[in-house]
Design a binder for this molecule. Structure first.
Ligand SMILES: [Zn+2]
Length: 92
């Protein structure tokens, strides 16, 4: 999960270098034991912003049931796909 925070930082840094300054930064590590919805919303907000800035399609990242194995796997995959698409769009 620490790698995820670093990934978001890399994307933010690359976006800011391109002049996209309207970007929020939320703490994503460590993943909280409580108030996980807040984490989900923060992550979603950052995804919404980089997707919008890069003209990418985004999935719903905040309504995952973390206790449902399939739901969680789909979420992980969607999440990974969005990070990958952003990296490719940014050339990082
Ligand atoms: Zn993310």
């Amino acid at each position: 999960m620490y790698a995820h925070q670093q990934e978001h930082k890399r994307i933010l840094t690359a976006l800011r270098a391109k002049g996209v300054t309207q970007t929020s930064e939320f703490v994503l590590y460590p993943f909280p034991d409580r108030d996980q919805l807040r984490w989900m919303l923060g992550n979603q907000q950052m995804h919404n912003e980089f997707n919008a800035a890069l003209n990418l399609n985004g999935a719903d990242m905040e309504s995952v049931d973390l206790k449902d194995d399939t739901d969680f796997k789909v979420w992980l995959w969607d999440h990974y796909a969005e990070h990958r698409a952003a990296n490719i769009a940014l050339g990082i």
